[in-house]
Design a protein around this ligand. Structure first.
Ligand code: WT7
Length: 656
């Protein structure tokens, strides 16, 4: 970490906002002072500016640390805010979503009026299936407009949704359905991925095969038209249900603190946490940040966030933020290299995208593919670039600025988390002089600090832990069904401060540079994975005795999963006999994909005879990381048996 730190602190380039951009930017300098002078008053103002309330709130914040209620006696409907009110305001003909399917030419433009018609029918259809306010609905869909429509329909009737990323396995889906007690699952026959139709519904069937489930109905969107297994009485086609449903649905008012959604994310233990968010505060901050950080001007911009709806970025910056603002956006179904490596830039050119929000891992991949690829397209429509998900290294930042942004677009590097619900630390593009690789400052209304082990702010030029110092509207309200774990995970390390789990550094100007996780959470391509979760998946395989997983630095994905596995003796004997070492590795990788999902598949699995442990039995991941990153192995004096590292290295060089 200290090496990274030194490198970063030598980065001295700065880029002032272009005057033309600054002159019409939503986010202005005075917001900082306003928020500083009156934290609650500031947020009350944003809540009334960006959100329409069915019943105005009289009180802004109840803070019974660490439990917050924002705008508690106010009432609103998130779907009304994202859809109906734009139609009422005469903007029904504005395109809400330029949807681009992966197969070329497969596109749909959906106006706010179209969305309005769809969410009303979908809300009625869900009610017809027995979904009531407070029931939870699981959504397991590819990147198709129905994903946004399904989320909004749930929000409309007050049924918290739990979106499960389509890349997660049946096992992972099962545990999420189960934990949330979902009554209905919304899925599709399949989706297009890397040029072919890949099925989705069979994973839902497998997840529900466990018997004993809360799920009564499965709503199936027809996307690919492929053959789909069907359970009579349980499965219902989405298009048939919507057609049969009433065309009109009045959006009811919900309490500001009514749960809007649950979203599972990896923590330091094996069990994913159901992070839950409520309505008023979340909607306020996602819309406010989309306005002041992404500088969305709904009447003129074409905005594109390339995240998947299965992650929080998709929730806040595809669905709730931009739609609440009434923006026009692009939504893309597929991968960046299908059918060619210029697909993103072709979309930018065709749809005249003005604001692009993507992840460092994607940027590094584009760098690898070469700048002549984006060079073939006209990207002069772009005026702002955003980055999210992991630290962006200065080289990638500079490449993004020069090659994609034509040296004219400001870049906002936005730090936040599933738990924070919306952006927390970022430049304001019309105000901040940006620095390549730094997220810089807490945005107006947010308090962030870097502290040492004793919760004391570190001086400029020093590193420590990132904490959040004040409650914020979009903060998680807890972990679904587990308030104790919420306190313990985020609020116990430093008295009165939210501990984010990230290391950070303040430079000589007091700007913040994020340095990655300080706990057992890995960040692979901007996706959060828990070392413990992958270890438990490995150990659940009958041939595995013990496993240790580390995140090793990877040029493209930021970190990569590297696993060290001790096989059971029977398995070793068998493998030796059949010369099957490689097969076991493939089998184990497949097993992790099945238990969690392909994103969690280790880049490499090393079969080892022992694992390095301290005398108290704790695995020393630091040493394994040294091996995984081909470094000289560090200090081994605290190992119970210091010869273990030799054993591991010899084993590895023999190629087992
Ligand atoms: C973790 C949260 C925020 C939506 C996507 C990820 C890392 C996120 C940045 C950034 C450095 C970042 C942190 C954080 N992270 N954005 N701009 N610079 N690190 O959401 O899955 O909840 O992961 O992602 O480590 O704790 P998430």
């Amino acid at each position: 970490m200290s090496e990274t730190l030194e490198n970063l602190l030598q980065e001295t380039r700065t880029f002032p906002p272009p005057p033309e951009f600054a002159s019409r930017a939503n986010g202005t300098e005075d917001l900082y002072a306003k928020a500083e002078a009156d934290h609650e008053g500031f947020w009350a103002e944003q809540a009334r500016k960006y959100v329409s309330w069915s019943k105005d709130f009289t009180h802004t914040l109840d803070w019974d640390a660490p439990f917050a209620k924002w705008f508690a006696d106010g009432e609103l409907n998130a779907c009304y805010n994202a859809v109906d009110r734009h139609v009422e305001a005469g903007n029904g003909d504005r395109v809400a979503i330029h949807w681009v399917g992966e197969p070329e030419g497969d596109t749909r433009d959906i106006t706010y009026s179209d969305l309005h018609a769809a969410v009303q029918r979908a809300a009625n259809a869900l009610q017809d299936l027995g979904v009531r306010k407070g029931d939870t609905v699981a959504i397991y869909l590819p990147m198709i407009p129905e994903a946004a429509i399904a989320m909004l329909a749930c929000a409309r009737i007050g049924a918290p949704h739990s979106v499960v990323f389509g890349g997660f396995s049946a096992e992972a889906l099962h545990s999420r359905i189960d934990d949330a007690g979902a009554k209905v699952v919304i899925t599709s026959d399949g989706g297009y991925r890397r040029g072919s139709a890949s099925p989705l519904k069979p994973a839902v069937d497998a997840a529900l095969d466990h018997g004993d489930t809360s799920v009564e109905k499965v709503l199936v969107v027809k996307r690919t038209g492929q053959d789909t297994p069907w359970t009579e009485g349980r499965d219902v086609w989405w298009h048939e249900a919507l057609e049969a449903a009433d065309a009109t649905h009045e959006a009811p008012a919900h309490e500001a603190e009514h749960p809007l959604f649950i979203l599972y994310t990896s923590g330091t233990t094996g069990k994913p946490k159901g992070i839950f968010h409520t309505t008023g505060g979340y909607l306020t901050q996602s819309a406010y940040t989309n306005a002041v950080v992404h500088d969305v001007h709904p009447e003129s911009d074409v905005y594109w966030c390339t995240a998947d709806i299965g992650w929080v970025t998709g929730h806040s910056y595809i669905v709730y933020g931009p739609l609440t603002l009434g923006a026009t956006q692009v939504m893309y179904e597929g991968t960046p290299d299908t059918p060619h490596q210029g697909r993103f830039w072709e979309i930018v050119e065709q749809k005249k995208v003005t604001i692009l929000y993507t992840a460092p891992t994607a940027i590094r991949t584009f760098m690898k593919w070469g700048e002549d690829i984006p060079g073939k397209f006209d990207m002069s429509s772009l005026r702002l670039l955003g980055s999210v998900g992991e630290p962006i290294n200065p080289e990638a930042w500079m490449w993004y600025r020069r090659v994609i942004g034509g040296d004219r677009c400001p870049i906002v590097d936005t730090w936040w988390q599933t738990e924070t619900g919306a952006i927390m630390i970022s430049p304001l593009p019309g105000v901040t002089e940006t620095k390549p690789g730094s997220a810089q400052r807490a945005i107006p209304g947010i308090g962030a600090e870097v502290v040492d082990d004793n919760a004391q702010p570190v001086p400029n030029g020093h590193g420590g832990y990132l904490v959040l110092t004040k409650p914020w509207p979009a903060m998680l309200r807890g972990i679904w069904g587990d308030p104790e774990r919420y306190k313990e995970t985020y609020w116990s390390r430093f008295e009165g401060l939210y501990f984010a789990g990230d290391g950070a550094k303040k430079d000589n100007d007091g700007d913040i540079w994020l340095l990655g996780r300080v706990d057992d959470v890995m960040n692979v391509s901007g996706h959060r994975l828990s070392t413990t979760e992958i270890e438990s998946a490995l150990v659940s395989h009958p041939k595995v005795a013990e496993a240790a997983v580390v995140g090793a630095t990877d040029e493209t994905t930021g970190q990569a999963v590297v696993a060290f596995v001790i096989l059971r003796s029977e398995a070793v004997a068998e493998a030796d006999e059949a010369g099957e070492g490689a097969d076991i590795v493939a089998e184990l990788r497949g097993h992790v994909a099945k238990e969690i999902g392909p994103i969690a598949k280790p880049r490499s699995i090393m079969i080892v005879p022992e694992l390095p442990k301290t005398r108290s039995g704790k695995i020393m991941r630091r040493l394994l990381r040294d091996v995984a990153e081909n470094r000289q192995v560090g200090d081994v004096t605290t190992l119970a048996d210091s010869s273990v590292m030799e054993l591991i290295k010899t084993g590895l060089s023999k190629g087992t």
